[in-house]
Write a protein that binds this ligand. Structure first.
Ligand code: NAD
Length: 710
């Protein structure tokens, strides 16, 4: 009857019609503008035919429809709210046309039916799902709400409480749960979904199932317990303080409950357009796209790299031990070399503990764990080093030692082995000068704790070959990490930008701010921990060393020029969590974990680095003074070509520093504020020194009102 590029209509026996989603040239079905347009044509074709008795919706792919085409969202959400509402209303109209066809309709759900893919099934009278199928409305994960009828149709099917749960959690639901709540009518063996859907349709056509009564009933209002929704609102505000979507979705349901379906749909449309304009929606949608971009890049590294099966790690300390464990657990045979037997023993014991945890959490069998442990070869000599594809150096942070260690190991490995240093602050270019084959050398900056932290910076010098970079990036991906390739510069990317954060923090303290107020303001902004607490966790001496190395690398712009709080803490031997006292005090709980409390002596001590005494700053001023230098440094790194794109810079900050996701990364945040506004605020703080100095590129872009993400 109709053949589109995303779906087709076919006549079946008994005047029934099948609408099959089957996007040409792609592995999955998704709801983009083209699919909606073709759905409109399909509904019209069915209506015009005049003789169709029933319609079944199916999919020719492994999944029904996986969701919206998120790549369309960025341009769409950049439109003014009224335009977006009008666009979405038109899309909704197509779903209404499907819902109002004068014949019974059934969806045959296989695999995933999420977002718009689930909403289209809600516009049909019945749903039959395969036993491994999942349905759900994951929109809040993108900072938005369902906009194709989900918030209006779902509560009329499964009630308000379950709908609030589904919509605010965004979780895909099993077909069994969906059946229990009434979101699907039948669950059946995956292979028999189509057959069962046709049987349900036949029953509706014959009048055995009263589809018209169902439609009438579902076009009315529904009951909502205001006490329950108030509780849900309180929970969501605590869980997602920076993402308004779930809260607005609950408020929408509260309004929708007393309305007829048509009015509720209009209400949803207005709220959808409003939510799409929030900072969280704009940031989270961009992050989805960024993530896809990085995945593609990682696949390209793997293609450009030769296959890797063996690795070695030098140093069995905190980092080396973690890298060796992660490498072995990812299926790579790994040699772990140290100069001290005690370190090797500790490294192996730590790997053993991590594996025991995997076994007790049922993530690995005992046998698998034993095999992983056996695939780590602890050694004090260079035996076997000539067989490894990649070698990661993770010995003590000392330039002379690292240079000597790297030069020595280079004589023990094959000519093709790529060497990588896990230094956190030393120049990769300087380390490369010790080597005969600098083209085979990169920085490979892991974050602590290695098994948990998702980012690895791959740092290239001007000598590094593309194959070496691709090999190490691909090794990082094998370890389950996201590699981001950066050019060598002091601090690389993440610690360079973090340093501006720490410097802005010590400057605030210098100017009289209360360290607890700073932490509270930054935590309210969305950071997992404020800067004072972060110094305690990193360790004051480590932090000071990193700040010194990095800020010296950038000269005056990053030199504090005053005695600062972190220096003072080091001088007082208040090293943070590691010795129980830093900005805060740490006692151990029964499991040995540090418990933070306020120490009355801290503020008295800090008086020494507050020459003008104490002063109160608003949360907004604190956040602005700490965030702006990070934005500027990110822009500067982009201008210098440290990363290829704004995407990589923002993702490195999110994955490496815990930059608040609903803010989207430094450059996305700069876009949100507007570059002219960022420049104006930095100029306002110019007297505070080089940290607030606007780089050339940003000033130029601001003058033209450009964005980093266009
Ligand atoms: P660590 O002190 O825990 O471990 C260093 C290990 O190297 C020790 O076991 C030591 O015996 C061994 N070693 C020393 N000389 C050696 C040699 N010639 N050959 C083989 N082994 C040798 O240190 P760490 O915290 O694991 O740091 C290691 C590297 O990782 C440093 O460059 C550090 O800057 C970097 N780094 C550390 C962190 C962190 O949070 N700890 C984060 C990122 C990067």
């Amino acid at each position: 009857m109709y053949q589109g590029q995303t779906l087709h209509l076919t006549r079946l026996d008994n005047r029934l019609v099948e609408l099959c989603f089957d996007r040409q040239g792609e592995a999955v079905n998704k709801f983009d503008a083209l699919t909606v347009e073709e759905l409109r044509i399909a509904c019209k074709t069915i209506g015009d035919a005049g003789d169709v008795l029933g319609l079944v919706l199916t999919s020719a792919k492994d999944s029904f429809v996986v969701g919206a085409d998120i790549f369309e969202f960025t341009q769409l959400f950049a439109r003014p709210e009224s335009e977006l509402a009008a666009y979405n209303l038109a899309q909704n109209q197509v779903f209404n046309e499907l819902a109002q066809l004068p014949l019974p309709t059934v969806s045959a759900i296989n695999g995933l039916a999420l977002g718009g893919g689930f909403e289209v099934t809600l516009a049909t009278d019945y749903r039959v799902a395969g036993d491994t199928a999942k349905v759900g409305l994951p929109e809040v994960g993108l900072g938005i709400i369902p906009g194709l009828g989900g918030t209006a149709r779902l509560p009329r099917l499964i009630g308000a409480a379950a709908s609030i749960d589904w919509i605010t959690s965004g979780k895909p639901q099993t077909s069994a749960t969906a059946k229990q709540l009434g979101a699907v009518d039948e669950v059946i063996d995956d292979r028999r979904v189509g057959e069962c859907a046709l049987a349900v349709l036949a029953e509706a056509v014959s009048g055995q199932r009263d589809w018209q009564a169902r439609r009438r009933q579902r076009s009315l209002n529904f009951a909502l317990d205001l006490e329950h929704s108030a509780e849900a609102k309180a929970t969501t505000m605590t869980r997602h303080p920076l993402v308004p979507a779930p809260l607005l979705a609950i408020e929408l349901l509260e309004r929708s409950a007393g309305l007829l379906l048509a009015e509720a749909l209009a209400e949803e449309n207005r709220t959808f357009a409003q939510v799409a304009q929030t900072q969280a929606a704009q940031a989270l949608v961009q992050l989805f796209i960024n993530d896809q971009y990085l995945r593609k890049k990682t696949r390209d590294y793997a293609k450009a790299s030769r296959k890797l099966s063996r690795a070695a790690v030098l140093g069995a300390g905190i980092m080396g031990g973690g890298i060796a464990y992660t490498s072995a657990a990812s299926g790579v045979l790994t040699i772990m070399k140290d100069i001290a037997q005690t370190s090797l023993d500790l490294g192996m014991a730590e790997a053993g503990k991590l594996l025991d945890k995997q076994v007790s959490n049922n993530r690995m069998s005992q046998m698998q764990a034993e095999r992983v442990l056996e695939s780590i070869t602890p050694t004090l000599d260079y035996h076997g080093m000539d067989t490894v594809d990649v070698l990661v150096e993770a010995v003590v942070e000392n330039l002379a030692i690292k240079k000597a260690v790297l030069a020595e190991v280079e004589t023990q490995v094959a000519d093709s082995t790529v060497l990588a240093s896990n230094t956190s602050s030393l120049s990769i270019t300087e380390l490369a000068s010790a080597l005969q084959r600098p083209e085979n050398f990169v920085g490979m900056h892991f974050f602590n704790p290695v098994p948990v932290m998702p980012l690895v910076e791959v740092i290239c010098t001007k000598h590094t070959s593309q194959q070496s970079a691709a090999m190490v990036a691909s090794y990082a991906a094998t370890l389950g990490k996201t590699p981001i390739v950066v050019k060598d510069c002091p601090g690389f990317l993440v610690n360079r930008i973090l340093t501006t954060n720490v410097l802005a923090f010590v400057r605030l303290i210098h100017d009289g701010a209360d360290y607890q107020a700073v932490d509270q303001a930054m935590e309210a902004f969305g950071w997992p921990m404020g800067p004072a607490y972060l110094q305690d966790v990193i360790g004051m001496d480590t932090s000071r060393h990193v700040i010194d190395c990095i800020s010296q690398g950038y000269g005056e712009r990053m030199l504090p020029g005053f005695d600062h709080a972190v220096e003072l803490m080091v001088a007082e031997q208040r090293l943070g969590q590691k010795n129980g006292l830093g900005f805060y005090r740490y006692d151990r709980d029964t499991k040995g974990r540090p418990v933070k409390s306020v120490d009355p002596s801290t503020q008295i001590l800090l008086d020494r680095v507050q020459p003008q005494g104490r002063r109160t700053f608003s949360n907004a001023e604190i956040a602005e003074r700490i965030m702006l230098p990070m934005l500027l440094e990110a822009a500067r790194a982009l201008e210098e070509g440290i990363c290829e794109s704004a995407i990589e810079i923002d993702m490195a900050l999110i994955l490496g520093l815990g930059f608040p996701r609903p803010v989207g990364g430094a450059l996305k945040y700069a876009d949100w504020l507007g570059l002219p506004a960022v420049v104006e605020r930095c100029d306002h703080y110019a007297a505070l020194g080089g940290l607030y100095q606007v780089p050339h590129l940003m000033r130029e872009m601001a003058a033209k009102n450009l964005k980093f993400y266009s």
